[in-house]
Design a protein around this ligand. Structure first.
Ligand SMILES: [Zn+2]
Length: 135
């Protein structure tokens, strides 16, 4: 009985003072900041999801999502660049003791990927690049 009373008082205390401290302007500000941060985080994740997941699957002609079927990928060009290569440093026993970044000559290859829309039948293509060390 006493523990129940304690619990309900504690619950009411937490409920009224911690989660909804509307009487305190300081906490109100904190709630506002947290809500704004939450909204910003939500917006950022929505944008990331849109551009990383939805946008690459959108057909440029009929604007439908998850409509593109990958056909083939071909290299359409290359340029000389320096490529960052991370090498592992090992001790005599073969254990990795650290990593070392190094820039080596390489090629930036431009690929063209062809798509076919499953909804309207139009073909489209997108390009992306990949860096490759040549030595
Ligand atoms: Zn389409």
């Amino acid at each position: 009985m006493i523990s129940w009373m304690f619990l309900s008082t504690a619950k009411r205390y937490v409920w009224e003072n911690k989660y909804f401290p509307t009487d305190s302007p300081h906490s109100l500000k904190a709630i506002l900041i947290f809500s704004i941060m939450g909204i910003i985080l939500l917006l950022i994740s929505a944008l990331i999801i849109y551009y990383k997941i939805l946008k690459p699957t959108q057909c440029p002609y009929c604007k439908k999502y998850f409509a593109l079927k990958e056909l083939d990928t071909e290299a359409v060009g290359s340029a000389d660049v320096s490529v960052k290569v991370t090498t592992e440093r090992r001790d005599n026993a073969g254990n990795v003791v650290g990593t070392q970044d190094q820039y080596v000559p390489g090629k930036r290859i431009t690929y063209q990927r062809n798509y076919l829309c499953k909804k309207c039948g139009e073909s489209s293509c997108g390009t992306f690049t990949k860096d490759k060390a040549t030595i």
